[in-house]
Design a protein around this ligand. Structure first.
Ligand SMILES: [Zn+2]
Ligand SMILES: [Zn+2]
Length: 178
């Protein structure tokens, strides 16, 4: 599986990996760290475990983050470019115990192609659904993590990592107390 049947998981994973180099801490320093991140989300398929693979993934990560800051027209242009650039080719696959499902790239395509296409397909679904307002940036003063707002009433303001909601709450409490 590469989440093709689960768009929300693909979006969660995109947000997670996009935020792996924030607040001055690089969490993808080694191929092993990348492995653990992929395993955590059950991302299958080819992995080369090389420095060059890691560098490609990190380069893509920065482009992924940039998508969050685009308006809808810029985002759709970028998604179309990404799908073409990374050779997206929809096909039905059966593997690792999963019955027939869609993949937009072959399992033996380079990791960065599969990551980029998976994220782009998930974001394309967000565009199709008219939900691009759900792409956001954490509003904590000291954090610029990206987030995807899954809440019903689009009320999410803080990222899931780093305890931002809690810090903001404490700061507001202190400010009220004067
Ligand atoms: Zn699959
Ligand atoms: Zn945050």
């Amino acid at each position: 599986m590469q989440f093709t049947s689960d768009n929300n998981l693909a979006l969660e994973f995109a947000v997670h990996i996009a935020n792996t180099n924030r607040r001055g801490i690089e969490q993808l320093q080694t191929p092993d760290q990348l492995d653990r991140t992929l395993d955590e989300y059950g991302f299958t398929g080819r992995r080369d475990h090389t420095q060059s693979e890691l560098q490609e993934v990190k380069k893509w990560r920065d482009q992924l983050r940039a998508l969050w800051l685009f308006d809808e027209d810029e985002l759709t242009d970028a998604l179309n470019r990404i799908l073409a650039h990374h050779h997206a080719t929809p096909q039905l696959l059966e593997h690792d115990g999963y019955s027939w499902h869609f993949h937009a790239t072959p399992l033996d395509a380079p990791l960065v192609d599969r990551l980029a296409v998976e994220a782009a397909m998930a974001l394309a679904d967000v565009v199709r659904a008219g939900e691009t307002e759900r792409l956001g940036v954490c509003q904590a003063e000291d954090c610029d993590n990206i987030l995807f707002d899954f809440t019903k009433n689009r009320s999410r303001r803080f990222c899931a990592t780093g305890g931002c909601a809690n810090r903001a709450h404490v700061a507001a409490f202190r400010a009220r107390r004067g």
